[in-house]
Write a protein that binds this ligand. Sequence first.
Ligand SMILES: Nc1ncnc2c1ncn2[C@@H]1O[C@H](COP(=O)(O)OP(=O)(O)OP(=O)(O)O)[C@@H](O)[C@H]1O
Length: 527
Amino acid sequence: MAGSETPAPLVALRGVTKRFGEVVANNTVDIEIGRGEVVALVGENGAGKSTIVNMLSGVFPPDEGRIEIDGAAARFTSPGDAVAAGIGVVHQHYMLVPTLSALDNLALQASEIGLGRIDRAALGRRAGEVAERLGFSFERNQRIDSLDVAHQQRIEIIKALMHDVRLLVLDEPTAVLGAEDKARLFETIRELRSRGVSVVLITHKLDDVFAVADRAVILRNGAVAAMLAVEGLAPEIVVRHMVGSGDAPAVAGLAAPQGDDDGPIAVPEEHAAQVVCRVRDVTLHRPNGSVAVAGLSFDLRAGEIVAVAGVDGNGQGEFVRCMAGMERPAAGTIECFGLTSDRRDWTAARLRRHGVSHIPEDRRRSGIVADMSLAKNYLLSHLDRSDFSRFGLLRNRRLSEVVADRLVRYGVRARGSGDRMGNLSGGNQQKVVLARELDGDPHLILAAHPSRGLDLKTIDFVHTVLGEARAAGKAVLLLSSDIDEILALADRIVVFASGRSFGPARREDVDRRTIGGWIAGHADLPA
Ligand SMILES: Nc1ncnc2c1ncn2[C@@H]1O[C@H](COP(=O)(O)OP(=O)(O)OP(=O)(O)O)[C@@H](O)[C@H]1O
C-alpha cells in the first residue's frame, strides 16, 4: 500500500493470477498504471494480454491477487462494475450492432449495464459533447454498417467515454487502421492523456509503442517480463523481452523510415506466365449498398503477389469474398480456373476444389468453429486429403500427427491438436487458420490480413511462407492495410479508396508516398 506522501496509482494489478484449466494465462502479474499515463501492453500471441483486459473490464475476476483502484481493492462482478469504477474498454472486435444507429448502440450499452430508464435525448447530448471534445463527428442516426472501420472505432471510443472514464483500455486499436486514421487515433490518445485520463494500449506493433506510449509493459508466457520507460528505449530491447533470449526476429513491425522503399523483391523469371484469374469491369458494393469500386479489371498470374490495399470498408472484403465464391460482384465478371462469377458453379466449394485457399478477414465468423478441436478445424479445408481417410473412415491418428506438427511449425500456444479452438488466444487461432490454408497445394491463395493480430516472429514466418508460395508459382491475392507488409511482399498493388480503385501498379513503379496517397484517396498522385 502506498504511503501518504506517494499517491496510490490509479489502477494496480497486484499478484494477479488467472488460470484456464492447466493454462496459466496470467502468472502473479504486478502492473501499476499512473494517472494520465499511456501504458503499452505488448507480448507475443497468447502472452496473456486479453486476459488482463477481461479482468480489468469485469468479464471475470482473477483467481489470485487483486485489482486496486486508488489503492483500494476493487471487486468487479460484471462489466457494469468496471464502468462504474471508471474503466472503459474498446475491444478488438467491436461490440457495435451494425444494423443499428450510433445512438441506438449507446442506448443498448446503457441498458446492458443497468442504468435504469434511458433518456435518449440526454444520451445524444452527452455523446455529442464527448465527440466534440475529441474532434469527432457524431451523427446519432447514422447506421453503424454505413461507417468505415475508423469511424466505427470512434463510436466505440465515444461509447467507452460516455461515463466518467479514468482509464481507457484499447485492445489492438491500430490493427485495422490505415496510416492517417492511426495518426488521428494517437492524437486522441494524447488528448485524453492531457486531460489526465490513463490509457492502456494493447498492440503488436512497435511503432505504436514508440509513437504514443510512456511506458511499455512486456508480457511473456503470462508473466511480466519487463516494464520499461519508452523514452530512449531501443526497439531491439522490447523485442528481446517479448520473445525471450535467443530467437529474436529482426525488428520487423517497425515501419521503415520514409523513403526507404527499395525492399529486395526478386521477381521470378516465369512471372509473366499463366493467368490464373481474370477480373473484368467488376463493380463492388459496400454492405450499405453504396458503390465501393467500379470498373476494376486486372489479371492475376501464377507466381505473383497482388496486394489489394486500403483502409477497411472500401470494398476489399467484398472483393475477396467474391474471389472466394462466397459472393458475386454487383456487375462485371471474375473468371478463375474455367469458372465464371456470373454462372451457377461459382461457389466456394467448387473454387476450393480447383485449388483456391482462403484466409478469411473475419476469422471469428468464417474462419473457425470455436467449439471444435484444432484438428477438426484443420480438417475443414482438407476433407479431400487421401491420407486422412481409409475406407471412408477418418484416420484420427494421422490427422493429429499432421496438426501437431503444424502447431510446432507455426508456434501455436495450445495444449495439443485436441484443444478446443475457442480456448486459444486470437493470434493463436489465426495461426491455426494460416497453417490450414497454406498447407496442401493451393494454386490461388486469398490472404485477407494474414498477419493482423500476429506477433513479430509469426509475421516474419507468414511473410516467408507467402514468398515461398509465390516462388513455387502460386498466385497470391493479399488484402492488407499495412503499407510495410504490402511493400515487402507485393509484385503489383491495387488500392481501393473513396469509391474507386488505383493501379494495379508494379511494385517498383510506386513508393510509400504514392501508395499512402492513394489509400487516402488522393487521385492527383501519379499512377
Ligand atoms: N476462455 C479461455 N479458455 C481457455 N484458455 C484460455 C481462455 N482464454 C485465454 N486462454 C488461454 O490463456 C492464454 C493467454 O491468452 P490471451 O488471450 O490472454 O493472450 P493474448 O496475449 O491476448 O494473445 P493474442 O495476441 O493472440 O490475442 C492462452 O494460452 C489462451 O489459450
